[in-house]
Design a binder for this molecule. Structure first.
Ligand SMILES: C[S@@+](CC[C@H](N)C(=O)[O-])C[C@H]1O[C@@H](n2cnc3c(N)ncnc32)[C@H](O)[C@@H]1O
Length: 312
């Protein structure tokens, strides 16, 4: 997974995520505006520091950070230092005031936001064999699978704590790499709030056969590590939250940030038809971002560092 996604010529090194699948960032500019509102709230909680960091972690081609900067009120915007953290190269045409980096800045004060990043942090898949012994699943670039030796040590301990029991035939995905990646990211903040947004699950409802899958050119494809497509697995966000933080659905989080999806009053259609059409389009986009059967079911993990949680 590591090599196929991030090795030389790997999928994310080569391809723009937006060319292959649609995240909330691509679905609507309302998402960046909501994140800008969150950044403004974090700014207030921090007491309006002279330098306010906004870090877009797993920035793709910098679409979110660009949208957030454009949506900020000038009084906040002029104090913001913007970072895009990516494993791919800096794209042409990105705003010159956005710093492109390999890891989050250490000791920053502000908001770190990681949209659909953790699901692409590589992990191992395991399966319980007929006798109930949990074994790592090995997969060749052509998709052939075999079970390897039993899982032990810290991986086995993680499974017993977070993804248990595993009856014969069940599969699980060891989230230890995501827990560590998240701790490192959130730990980079001196003060502020770290947010990870992803499709997740909690102990109460782990998927019995795991979630690893592939995407290529807008279509779901078998998760073959050949470098030609995305490889993604939902995130055990309750495990990431064990070190602190709160979980919200995207629907609840966006509503708290003012994305309501309320349709404009019909009277506006005659009073100002153009404004009506714009408001109707925005309502449609808000509905997509908050749809409980779609993007609205994503989970936001918020970790405040030295400030109160900025969402009710
Ligand atoms: C699914 S895309 C999401 C892009 C963007 N955040 C969005 O929501 O549209 C995941 C991105 O995370 C990047 N990524 C994965 N691991 C990373 C890491 N350790 N550091 C920086 N970027 C990473 C990938 O290269 C990829 O561009």
């Amino acid at each position: 997974m590591e090599r196929a996604l991030y090795g030389p010529g790997g999928f994310f090194v080569r391809e723009a995520p937006g060319a292959h699948f649609r995240t909330s960032v691509h679905a609507s500019g309302l998402f960046a505006r909501a994140v800008a509102e969150l950044l403004a709230r974090v700014d207030t909680a921090l007491g309006h520091p002279a330098e306010l960091a906004f870090t877009d972690l797993g920035a793709g081609r910098g679409e979110l950070v660009t949208g957030v900067l454009a949506a900020l009120p000038p009084a906040v915007r002029r104090r913001v230092r913007a970072y895009a953290v990516e494993r791919a190269a800096r794209p042409d045409g990105l705003g010159p005031d956005i710093e492109w980096c390999a890891r989050p800045p250490a000791g920053a004060t502000g908001l770190l936001f990681a949209n659909e990043w953790l699901d692409n942090v590589p992990l191992d898949v395991v399966e319980a064999d007929a006798a109930g012994v949990v074994r790592r699943v090995l997969v060749a670039p052509d998709g052939r699978e075999e079970l390897a030796g039993p899982v032990d040590g810290a991986d086995a301990a993680w499974l017993r704590r977070w993804w248990w029991p595993l009856p014969p035939g069940a599969r699980a995905e060891i989230g230890r790499t995501r827990d560590a990646a998240w701790e490192a990211a959130a730990g980079s903040l001196r003060r502020g709030v770290a947010v990870a947004v992803d499709y997740g699950h909690t102990r109460a409802g782990r998927p019995p056969y795991g979630t690893l899958t592939g995407y290529r050119e807008g279509r779901q494809v078998p998760p073959v590590p050949d470098g030609r497509g995305d490889l993604t697995a939902h995130v055990a966000l309750d495990a990431c939250a064990a070190g602190g933080g709160e979980l919200r659905t995207q629907r609840a989080a966006l509503r708290a940030l003012g994305v309501t999806g309320t349709r404009p009053p019909l009277a506006l259609a005659t009073a100002d038809p153009a404004a009506y059409v714009r408001a109707l389009a925005a309502a449609g986009e808000a509905a997509e971002l908050t749809d409980p059967g779609g993007l609205g079911a994503f989970t936001w993990l918020l970790r405040p560092v030295g400030v109160p949680c900025p969402l009710p």
